[in-house]
Design a protein. Structure first.
Ligand code: MG
Length: 455
């Protein structure tokens, strides 16, 4: 059978791949794996949310698990509440930033960390083997409505202690799961809030649920027209954040991540930051300047969260806007990141564009090289040695996800596409000339390797 879990839980087209039947099986399999007595269940605003929720909850009750129904809340709120309300497991029905016809199930442990590869393998095995635990009729589970947003808001407001300025913020939940909590939190910490697309709507009629410069054009225009201090947007389930500065300019994800990393280290007098192999080297530039260290993981927020927990690092994030603040919990958290960013700006007495301007702008190039599915992994495995010879002065070599080579003035990453017959090359340089040179040299090496493989 196809692998049920991807890097962000179970995901697929609603009622095609992800049916009530599958939701039911996942619920039973997780309940058996977690030996769950109490589960927290929430959903984003998608049209298929209630259908899947009913099936999932039914399976949990059938396994003898009591269920707290948290309704429509963001993923980080669900994860934090799973921990603070003492549930054994948390379920979030969401397909994150994907289009509205998709849905998914993200599962969280009692410590707010999302299910690891080991947990997911165990659940998948339970699904395949039908290892389900059915309760006696006298000990079926019970449901209780639970306002999980209160414990979360208390935590987030406390985290923003020290914020005094009435920041003028335009917030754009994009009709997703942050529609209520994000404006409420920003108001609770004293901001003057204008909300855009803050009505829950599972068709995502206003903009794509993935925040990008293109999808946030309306937000940028409103920030400019109102002369607001900052624009803030989230993806469909609120575990990603994106910013627009006071000039109405979309802030590059890598640069906001790097700027906040430096700020977090400054307050801590050094320490470790975690990011993935795809992030710009401006993260290192900023972190090293603070005497800190960078750990790079595979792509996927669970790997960042796991590394944060293991290393005791103080901040972590991916360049898609998924930022994790381990002091509070281990799930990437958009609304919490929003108020912490405002706190950073206030402490540094800077506008957002000034805060970001400290981060150097490097040049990134991306190239897709056609390669047969049955060959692509082998090519990536073999390319490492050729790369080391081609770039003898390299500073670091890593195979944590594909092959990554760090150079003095840039870096490159070669990965096999998970879904297409392609090898993906990402290269970054201090200048366009450096980025071009790395790209040309590496593309040639990969093509030679593919040809050698064919012969
Ligand atoms: Mg998301």
């Amino acid at each position: 059978m196809a692998k049920l879990f991807g890097s962000s839980g179970v995901r697929g087209l609603a009622n095609v791949d992800l049916t009530p039947e599958l939701a039911c099986k996942v619920g039973l399999a997780v309940a058996a794996h977690a030996k769950a007595k109490l589960a927290l269940v929430a959903k984003d605003t998608r049209v298929s949310g209630s259908m899947l929720e009913d099936a999932l909850v039914s399976s949990l009750l059938s396994s003898g698990t009591d269920v707290f129904l948290a309704g429509m809340i963001p993923t980080p709120t669900l994860a934090y509440a799973t921990k603070s309300l003492g549930a054994d497991v948390g379920f979030m029905l969401t397909a994150s930033h994907n289009p509205p016809q998709y849905n998914g199930i993200k599962v969280f442990r009692s410590d707010s960390l999302s299910y690891t590869d080991e947990d997911q393998d165990a659940v998948e095995k339970n699904v395949v083997q039908g290892t389900f635990r059915l309760a006696d009729w006298r000990s079926l589970g019970k449901t209780t409505q639970m306002d999980a947003s209160q414990v979360y808001l208390e935590m987030a407001v406390k985290a923003a202690t020290g914020l005094c300025k009435p920041w003028r913020v335009v917030v754009d939940p994009g009709c997703g799961a942050t529609f209520n909590i994000a404006p409420e939190l920003l108001k609770a910490v004293g901001c003057k809030v204008t909300s855009l697309n803050a009505q829950p709507d599972g068709f995502f009629p206003a903009r794509k649920s993935e925040p990008t410069a293109e999808s946030l054009q309306d937000l940028a225009n409103v920030v400019k027209a109102l002369r607001a201090d900052v624009g803030i947007a989230f993806d469909g389930d609120g575990d990603r954040i994106a910013f627009v500065d006071e000039k109405g300019v979309f802030v590059n994800f890598d640069r906001s991540l790097a700027a906040y990393s430096a700020y977090a280290l400054q307050g801590n007098k050094g320490g470790t930051v975690v990011t993935n192999v795809e992030a710009s080297m401006c993260v290192e530039t900023m972190v090293h300047a603070q005497g800190g260290k960078v750990i790079r993981t595979r792509v996927g927020d669970i790997y960042v969260s796991e590394a944060l927990k293991q290393s005791g690092a103080i901040f972590g994030g991916e360049p898609c806007g998924a930022w994790v603040h381990p002091k509070h919990h281990y799930c990437p958290d958009g609304p919490l990141s929003a108020v912490l960013m405002l706190k950073a700006l206030e402490e540094e007495n800077k506008t957002l564009s000034q805060f970001i301007s400290a981060v150097p702008e490097y040049v990134t190039k991306r190239e897709n090289i056609v390669c047969k599915n049955e060959q692509k992994y082998k090519i990536v495995e073999k390319i490492g040695d050729a790369l080391k010879i081609a770039f003898p002065g390299y500073l670091d070599f890593s195979t944590v996800d594909g092959v990554r080579l760090a150079l003095k003035d840039g870096w490159l990453l070669v990965r096999a596409s998970g879904t297409e017959p392609l090898i993906r090359l990402t290269a970054e340089g201090e200048s366009l000339a450096v980025a071009n040179n790395i790209t040309l040299k590496t593309t040639k090496l990969i093509k030679n390797q593919i040809e050698a493989e064919i012969k």
